[in-house]
Design a protein around this ligand. Sequence first.
Ligand code: GDP
Length: 347
Amino acid sequence: MATKKSTPPNTISKIRALRKQEISVEALTEGIFKGDKAILAKAITLLESTKPEHFEKANAVIEKCLSKPNNSIRLGITGVPGVGKSSFIETLGTTLTGMGKKVAVLAVDPTSSLSKGSILGDKTRMQALSKDPNAFIRPSPSGSSLGGVAQKTRESIMLCEAAGYDVILVETVGVGQSEIAVHSMVDFFLLLKLSGAGDELQGIKRGIMEMADAIAINKADGSNLEQAKLAETEFSRALHLYPPKKNGWVPKVMRCSATENTGIKEIWEVVEQFVAQNKESGHFEKNRKTQNKNWFLQTVDEHIKQFFHQKESFKKEQSKMLKAIENNKISPFYAAKLLLDKITKEL
Ligand code: GDP
């Protein structure tokens, strides 16, 4: 984990000391409110745990954290591996801490339990930022489902905000459904792209273009600069073909170089412009409320599913129905109705 190698030694020893220690909800909350990184890390570990007793405790901490007002900006960052996400976060993050802001970096990587963390897992990533006292970096939680991983990241956002982090950067890899999950937990969604030979728009998923509030062509430096300019024009043209966003925001296309630190400040200015515009129109709050309601509905759905699937009678009846469907004895829809009728009667 990136945090292990580069976090200042006093924080590491504190995290180690806390690992086995039981801490009360009050002490955890107080530590978080004070911005104590070791306590924040401990609380996140707790909410990532699968033990039922940890679940209760983590929920109690989250409830208390919700009461703390904050003025955070949540920024989602996506792009294929190698596009420069960690370099970008390193440069943007240090720029922001240089402005006096506190920055938390989280990740949603549903492949992390298989690959032992493909993002934020490498010790060499974000070296400067991980030493920065005003930055907090946390690798992706592991989990068997994207829904589970995303939920934990979302709860971690709340804890980081209660700990006083002004900017929450949520990184995700450009694979699978993880972008949709991150998009649904952030205020602003940034897509990092590379310019390359040939058709710039080839291979880009339509849905991601639609979600993006800005596209930044990274590695716009050296011999790549001219191509990056061309890509910028091409993406701007393509974005015009999409219907306007409900909040009235017109997505921006920009160029940057994460390693040479060019264009990064400008991207942040666009984020601030977006936030100001959306706060003024009321869309900022509205979007967060809609996100909260969706998370609630999604969580309820997941719990209902889990509740039924754990029931022995459900499993038995389900396999009976599957067999009947295989033998063409019943239609799938009627089988589903019979199964649910039978199980709900048992409740
Ligand atoms: P990630 O997989 O998306 O997190 O990408 P990384 O940040 O690990 O970057 C992948 C490679 O691209 C590394 O070798 C970086 O040094 C390089 N890189 C990242 N950003 C830039 C940039 O702006 N310009 C150039 N020339 N190289 C970059």
